[in-house]
Write a protein that binds this ligand. Structure first.
Ligand code: COA
Length: 176
């Protein structure tokens, strides 16, 4: 993958097809307790579009490889151990996987959250069985804190064993 070819732009109204081809595809959701329904995807799409309205609370991006949409990455606020932190998550379309796209997109995302006023950590919680996602966190210098059992999707009664990875964000000039 040539450097500079991966970029991020804010998630847009025309991007729901990317969710349909990632979150809606059972093959991509084996580590997330199965695909999301069309109703859930529409709900999520609306939430992602709305999130772009106030970047202080979180934001979703569409990952581009050259001019082509290749997936999504984002950040949102969450609580860990009584501390407010940013959480991140990523998806890459099958045709773009295995080329370092998610790693590069997450590297760019770390640059974005590092510029924000606010929280000192970025957390990622992939399933313990999600080898590529755990490899991304490790490569980008997240520290493995512990494992947790979480309910996923929330309210489903299904359980997921996840690794908690945490990256301390550099203090940006705006935070001081
Ligand atoms: C996880 C996902 C985003 C990875 O995207 P990607 O662009 O293919 O990832 P990259 O090419 O940047 O590879 C990341 C790492 O995973 C490794 N990897 C890729 N596929 C792998 C596999 N099947 N088994 C083990 N490691 C794998 C790569 O070698 C790389 O590790 P390295 O840096 O140590 O070499 C993509 O597989 C995906 O969208 N999966 C479904 C949705 C999902 O699980 N999202 C994450 C929820 S936490």
């Amino acid at each position: 993958l040539a450097s500079g070819v991966v970029s991020l732009r804010p998630y847009a109204d025309g991007d729901m097809w990317i969710l349909e081809q990632t979150l809606g595809d059972p093959r991509l959701m084996v580590h997330l307790n199965g695909p999301e329904s069309p109703e859930k995807i529409l709900e999520r799409h609306r939430r992602f579009v709305a999130m772009s309205a106030d970047p202080r609370l979180g934001r979703m991006f569409t990952v581009l490889v050259g001019a082509s949409a290749a997936g999504n990455v984002g950040y949102w606020e969450t609580d860990w151990d009584g501390e407010k932190v940013w959480e991140t998550g990523w998806f890459v379309l099958p045709g773009f996987q295995g080329r370092g796209v998610a790693t590069e997109a997450t590297r760019l995302l770390i640059g974005v959250v590092s510029m924000l006023e606010g929280h000192g950590s970025l957390v990622a919680t992939p399933s313990v069985s999600n080898a590529p996602s755990n490899a991304i966190a490790k490569r980008l210098n997240f520290a493995l804190i512990r494992e947790v059992d979480s309910e996923y999707p929330p309210g489903s009664g299904k359980h997921l064993r996840c690794n908690v990875w945490r990256l301390a964000l550099p203090a940006s000039p705006r935070k001081e």
